[in-house]
Write a protein of this length. Sequence first.
Length: 215
Amino acid sequence: MIQVIDTRTNNLSNVLRALSACQYQYQVISGASELRTGSVVVLPGVGAFASCMASLQDTGLTSALKAHLACGGKLLGICVGMQAMAKFSTEFGQHSGLAIVDAQVEHIAATTEQKVITPNVNWLPLQVNSKRFAHFAGSYVYFVHSFHMCHFRQPEVVAASVKYGDQNLCAIVEQGNVIGFQFHPEKSGAVGLEILAHSLHLLQNMQTVPLSHTA
């Protein structure tokens, strides 16, 4: 069983359809008390970082997710759901994240001196750094975002990236029992569904080693 968090700021319908297409059963949850020990939790994200984090805080899920991971649970974040794993974001002010990945979230234009169009709305090919995602090297996936996870303390957690202007933007982050996508696998056609199913399979079959967060 996959548990999908409804933050009430995200659009669940496409993600739930994608999970069904991948033949996964799921449960939609909205509060800390619903977390199951050792489950794979999916955190989709659409909209602003601050509203996503406010929803997690209000429902007790900020601390509950950290405890969940510390006890061997798994987490897969999509778009803002991946960004929420960082220490903080500078979107509309500075806002604290879950601090699972030692990185921060910045506007794409703030991390380059080159003029760049935002939001980044594109199909871009993956440049893969991780053996576990090697099969998807060169696959085109769909992005729509203006902010990105960057300034990694441990750059090796970037499992895949894409070239945008003069920057390599993180596309997949992989750290212990956590995987995150900056792109939308649920909107990336057949290959997006393959990446989603592959990642859920990795998490489900991963040894449940407790993950300590960065803060």
